[in-house]
Design a protein around this ligand. Structure first.
Ligand code: IPE
Ligand code: IPE
Ligand code: MG
Length: 263
């Protein structure tokens, strides 16, 4: 599959739904704390939201969904929580990959996998290989991912690929070396849990993404909440540096004060 063009170059149709939704799934710990449960109970519940949102994206014909599951900074958490998350990821892969495949989902993982248990890496690679030919939904899980790591690695790779181009590199030279080069840039970014920050997620790719923040905690996030985020997205005018009047002209509207005389 060829990489769809950057949305900063090819403008999506006005009123169109998002083609790529990227989510920071935050608030699992607080969800559990509110119920006097251990934090990890929130992560377990969060997996149910993942299932629901994957299904909802398939039903809505959204071709790309990207979920931030573990950041490069999350290693700073208590060792027991990190190992619980790794175990949860393993069990999810063991149980869900066949279902994803049956539903036409292409599964991908982006992030620095070298720090993961080799058994987990093997499961990831097998899942990716099994589902590589699917086209209904590309589900990307960002695991031990950091936006800065991604950009730095892409620069290294770009320099290795074209060592003589120094001084003449363009954005288009770098993009094929980013971890998510197979996907268009996200149209809609959602963060649950109330924090309004990007936390080192897809830094390069979010340049012109519409941002949506909700106080809802990830284990409470469901298809109706996704629809609310999509409705907010649809109400926005994506200008990519242009003026609102220019976009009106593209839509065939006549800008005020600039009535056409040739009609
Ligand atoms: C997000 O929920 C899940 C991961 C980072 C793995 P948190 O665990 O960050 O939940 P809060 O922010 O503490 O509520
Ligand atoms: C961001 O959540 C990463 C994931 C959801 C995987 P955090 O809860 O770790 O983010 P910060 O550190 O509070 O910004
Ligand atoms: Mg958090």
């Amino acid at each position: 599959m060829n990489r769809p063009p950057s949305s900063t170059q090819a403008i999506p149709a006005i009123g169109a739904g998002p083609q790529h939704v990227a989510i920071i799934m935050d608030g699992n710990g607080r969800w559990a704390k509110k119920r006097f449960l251990p934090r990890v109970a929130g992560h377990k519940r969060g997996l149910e939201s993942v299932r629901e949102i994957v299904k909802a994206c398939i039903e809505r014909g959204i071709p790309y969904l990207t979920l931030f599951a573990f950041s490069s900074e999350n290693w700073r958490r208590p060792a027991e929580e990190v190992s619980f998350l790794m175990g949860l990821f393993m069990r999810a892969l063991e149980h869900e990959v066949a279902k994803l495949h049956k539903n036409g989902v292409r599964f991908r993982v982006v992030g620095e996998l070298s720090r993961f248990d080799p058994e987990l890496v093997e499961l990831i690679r097998r899942g990716e290989a099994l589902t590589a030919g699917n086209t209904r939904l590309t589900l990307t899980v960002a695991a031990n991912y950091g936006g800065r790591w991604d950009i730095l690695r892409a620069i290294e790779r770009m320099l290795a690929a074209q060592p003589d181009k120094r001084g003449e590199f363009t954005e288009a030279d770098l993009e094929p070396h980013l971890a998510m080069a197979y996907a268009p840039e996200p149209d809609l970014f959602i963060r649950t849990g109330g924090e309004e920050r990007v936390s080192n997620f897809l830094l390069w790719q979010l340049a012109y993404t519409e941002l949506y923040f909700t106080d809802m905690l990830w284990p409470d996030f469901d298809a109706a909440a996704l629809d609310a985020a999509i409705a907010s997205y649809r109400s926005r005018e994506r200008r990519f540096g242009r003026t609102s009047e220019q976009l009106g002209e593209q839509r065939g509207e006549i800008a005020p004060g600039r009535a056409r005389t040739d009609a």
